[in-house]
Design a protein around this ligand. Sequence first.
Ligand code: GAL
Length: 823
Amino acid sequence: MTTLHTLRKTLALTGSVFMLLFSQQAFPQSRKEYVLQDNWKFTKGDPANAAQPDFNARSWESLSIPHDWAIKGPFDGNNDVQYVQVIENLEKTQHTKLGRTGGLPFIGTAWYRKQLSASCFKAGQRAVLLFDGAMSYPKVYINGKEAGHWAYGYSSFSVDITSFLKPGQENTLAVRLENLPEASRWYPGAGLYRNVHLIVTDDTHIPVWGTYVTTPVINVSFAKVNIKTNVESTTVALAGLKLVTDIKDASGKIVSTISSTLAETDGSQFEQQLIVKTPALWSPETPVLYTAVSRLYAGDQLKDQYETTFGFRTIKFEPVKGFSLNGKYRKFKGVCNHHDLGPLGAAMNVSALRRQLRILKDMGCDAIRTSHNMPAPELVKLCDEMGFMVMIESFDEWKTPKVKNGYHVLFDEWAEKDIVNMVHRDRNNPSVIMWSIGNEVRDQDAVNGNKLITFLQDICHREDPTRQVTMGMNHYDNVMNNNFASAVDIPGFNYKPNLYESANTRLPQGFLLGTETVSTVSSRGVYKFPVEFAAMKLYPDHQSSSYDFEFCEWSQVPDDEFAKQDSLEFVTGEFVWTGFDYLGEPTPYDEVWPSHSSYFGILDLAGLPKDRYYLYRSKWNTEKPTLHILPHWTFPGREGQVTPVFAYTSYPSAELFINGKSMGKLSKNNSSNTSKYRLMWKNVKYEPGTIKVVAYDQHGKAAAEESVHTAGQPDHIVLEADRSTLTANGRDLSYITAKIVDKDGNLCPDAENELTFRVSGAGSYKVVANGDATSLEMFHLNHMKAFHGMLVVTVQSDQKAGDMILSVTGKQLKKNSLTIKTK
Ligand code: GAL
């Protein structure tokens, strides 16, 4: 058992061939699943005979997937230039948008191919390829023949390749992908950017996404579990097949079991009811999971074994009181995120996703909107495990275009298939709370808009009656007048806090959701004076101020949304635009190069918190106190000038001291939305030295303090790893923040020294990012300038355990190094 366990673990960790060896040994006929990550060949363009090529040709590069073929750039303002009128941004005419899709060279075709080893597939078995997403228009070839295709790059889809394979021989898999220009409003990524699975089963088997687990009754003493299980066979009569299902709790103990035989009248679907006593409930705070293990028999012969993770939780949306989870009312403290992972591009990486969620968790965030498309399945799994409620979204366009080659070109043929796959893949995951059928689709205004909303919503209901459907609406008058907003289960409004009350009195649902909120813009470490509220404010350096007073013509500052969330019970929460900065959409600088990534993030593209992170944390994290001061306090030349100091804190009041002199004690108050949530010493004057804030709790007792000192000259580099021990699986990542500090360790907030990185030992250098939306330095190169004194280096483990050493050097700086262990 121990050996098997270790072997299984080792194989799982190698990542390249993830085999359920344990189940295979115990059940020789069972399925094998290979995650096809390594030993791919890749080329750009359409070479001759690409589907069945010469494997030794030099033009094919060797690589592993997930892979984003455009992320290495170079950045260029001429890539995917779009001349468009963005009516969502209240534009009256067409404008030339540069950097809208990130300025990366992702347009064109590319091929990936790989040999499937002879031992993978034997005569009589069934083989299916499952793509978690492929950007885009994937065409799948086996031994030179097309076996299947899809179109939308974000959809998961499967292709049955059984009849194309030569049993017991090597087979060639090739995938062609094509990205069209003007097909997106953000950076989509390019290539096999998510995993590809080869699933080999007996001919008699449970197909991809073959189970549907629902929990129709949940109470303290027991829960009813309903499991529908599909089966397929070309060789055995389905009637008479036996299905044994065990439910295991989080510790692996079987807590319920059932065995049934398929009757003639059941067709190809088993339906089983089980009881689980004293079910442990899933919630963001208690993400408890159960597993249904389904074993399919023909006579005494085990044909297949299939596992489904699920959880017990109740969700309800109701008039007046809004949303409740497990009977407790709560509001979504959510963020919208695009799918890219900053410097990694769109290439999915589990540790990068986990890091994002860990950071958001600490902020107190409990919900994610996968704007504006289906996520990687790994994200949903992590949300199950780490405790986030998820809104899974499908489309940014229906039939009316926003961009020339957007989803509207696919809608008629593909919308139903895409929604069905979205729902089938993720409907067992307890973290998934609702489906979103669209974001700001222009069909809101169209005559047939109502028909389309019903069409898409009905598909979701048909495939999953347990969840309600939402969409992000922005054309308030139209959707209120044409009944669009009353047709959707959960009315979702983008940037409309001031209309929530009016909407609620006019709509039948009695509750609504801030599907997309705020869109405040800021750049980490950047402070502009004078500090004033401003929409679409532009500066010559293409940055936005981190005092968090700058927003878009259609958007707000966080406090305006907070105020409505706090005062209106029927508002079920918000999803802030965005958690992390993303590639593309550099509003308000989307017409000027070199801006090429967003300014909306609460965290920058490197994943470093902007000041705003602490504003959200002060409100959302109710477990741990927050006290954060801004700005930095190194402004040579500003002596004597008004330089406001803000504190973002969970404490009700605080006192500011500049060089020991009190600037007064302030309390949060109702004089404005911002003064409800921030403490602001607006008139203090800059003098070098130390600013200190002492926070007082509700009893007036000093509870915490924070200081910032004026920094001297850059002296050395400080390195802080988010994780100092990695798994030796060739994929695990550590994110190391490098800070340029003075001799006393104070961050030099204007330092922009170029740093260089070398990794030796049991790992490799991966990427770097500094969060500067205007930087044209490439992420994969081993040097970059610091942005406001900081950047983040990412290193990756090897498959071999040991120590990995990162050394960081910079001109005129004392160098530093750091050791990461891998095991
Ligand atoms: C919304 C849109 C988002 C993003 C955002 C920027 O209109 O849904 O995708 O563009 O604006 O504020």
